[in-house]
Design a protein around this ligand. Sequence first.
Ligand code: UGA
Length: 437
Amino acid sequence: MRISVIGCGYLGAVHAASMAKLGHEVVGIDVDQNKIKELSAGTAPFFEPGLPELLSESLRSGRLTFSTDMEDAAGAQVHFLCVGTPQKKGEYAADLRYVDAAFTALTPYVQPGDVVAGKSTVPVGTAARLADELAETAPGAILAWNPEFLREGHAVADTLTPDRFVYGVPSGEASEAAVAALDEVYATPLSTGTPRQVVDYATAELVKTAANSFLATKISFINAMAEVCDAAGADVTALADAIGLDDRIGRKFLNAGVGFGGGCLPKDIRAFMARAGELGADQALTFLREVDAINMRRRSRVVEMTREICGGSLLGKRVTILGAAFKPDSDDVRDSPALSAAAQMQLQGATVTVTDPEALQNAKGRFPELGYEPVTEHAIQDAHALVLLTEWKEYRALDPVAVSSLVTEKNIIDGRNVLDPAAWREAGWTYRGMGRP
Ligand code: UGA
């Protein structure tokens, strides 16, 4: 099939390369010339495991090209909209300017019978509005909403072998054509039994926001338990293991720590609250405000704990932050809990050094005032406290005995509850986890 992918960020770049891998002829289009230059040369513009290999393979096959010219979308049978929907400045609502701009630029090249499939996370009601616009500007073309559930760090596998497909389609005859086109696109993963659900536009849009809201709620639930565990002297990690064994609850996404960040969960729950308000259903989502508040408290909590472990004040203390990305296997620092805590510590008088295997370049751009050091051992040198905030493999594997000789004081805060407290304490460290005695 001939496919166009509009927007080549985390979502679009991976989607374009994956669709070519599935055997389709794909053009990825983006307004950012540098990004297109890099992608055309087989370089991933961000860190994503497996993407460089997938890009080279797909480019070599001759089925994948990139362009800044929207005209190159002409001739594709399915056009995927993969642009970002960030939070609006000063408001909770999603900013749809990129979706609208991409859509308006694309429609002159859309032919009758083509399917325009939205993948971006949008407020419910957006697809219906765009379908009306499409009926005017490209009569005979069909709009579908096909939300994406990929996780950064696992984006390639999540795209090639997802848990499920959701198709939001119009009613009537057009629905069959939309389903047939998307089935052809995803023929390979569908052939292995991947479930797919065909629903209306609004349900498809809501599936995505509901899924992210549920994940955020699960994380904030366990972080609320961590607060109670702290007060009661209990261990939230053991608690999560025990409740997680009930398969109605499940152990995944029950890791307490500094909470969630990134370009999706925080802005998606806020946009969802804003949209529910517009629909007159704000009461239904007031709990998400609490989910957000619990999450934000984690960042202040880890700052407070660092102050405590440093003897009551951060003034003049050297603090090393292990990890800057919002999660491991990513160089994404958008709304990163690690950087937000690091900046607060610096404001309270600490000399903060941040280290991370992949995200330092992005971190510097956002928080130029913090200190950065790429080599872990150098970053740790002479610290009064180590604070692990992103659980990269290499930080989980730190040897408490070997690290002892580098620091000024043996204090460690495990902001992701991934270290072995006994091993660190045995090596003479003051260890503190989050919600662990
Ligand atoms: C999230 C969803 O998981 C994807 O399904 C969705 O497609 C994506 O948003 C999106 O909307 O595009 P992602 O932002 O890549 O994916 O990251 P997650 O793996 O969900 O992690 C989010 C945050 O939660 C991270 O900061 C992570 O450290 C934190 N987290 C996760 C916890 O604090 N505890 C946990 O138990 C799990």
